[in-house]
Design a protein around this ligand. Structure first.
Ligand SMILES: [Zn+2]
Length: 153
């Protein structure tokens, strides 16, 4: 094990969110509502990474995420990886993938859109995954996934 990895304590059971761009770390914390969790959370910030230069990592004890929660993370950072840990072993490794639809995650930037005027969930279709273009289901407004405002912000 590399020395940098040792800086973050080992986890008996839970989830490791790895390869988070350091400038996105606090968005990930917000989106997953980590501030409301009672689990032990370890955050490694600005760790050296061969792949990324710098990365951040979050370890959350006794917490396992649903696919829905994973999809939300792709809005912030498409390259994060999630490891499920049981008894100190990695039992599953998932890459976050951009989903076909985003439900209740992103705000529509069109102030006249029904989703900004009625108490309802937003729905976006991901129309170009490579360029990260999403389109509002209700008003057809397009926006870039890098510039979205999240509902949780
Ligand atoms: Zn809209």
């Amino acid at each position: 094990m590399k020395r940098q990895e040792l800086l973050v304590a080992a986890l008996q059971n839970g989830t490791v969110i790895d390869h988070i761009p350091s400038n996105k770390l606090f968005q990930v914390v917000n989106l997953l509502h980590l501030e409301n969790m009672s689990s032990a959370i370890t955050i490694g910030y600005n760790l050296k990474s061969q792949k990324m230069g710098e990365k951040s990592i979050i370890k959350i004890a006794d917490k396992f995420f649903t696919d829905d929660e994973l999809n939300q993370l792709s809005v912030i950072s498409p390259n994060v990886t999630l490891c499920t840990i049981k008894d100190y072993e990695v039992v599953e490794k998932k890459e976050v993938k951009t989903p076909d639809h985003l439900t209740g995650i992103v705000k529509c930037k069109n102030p006249k859109c029904i989703t900004n005027n009625e108490p309802m969930q937003t729905v976006f279709h991901v129309i170009d995954k490579e360029k990260g273009i999403i389109q509002c289901h209700y008003c057809n407004n397009e926006q870039n996934i890098d510039q979205v405002t999240l509902i949780s912000d």
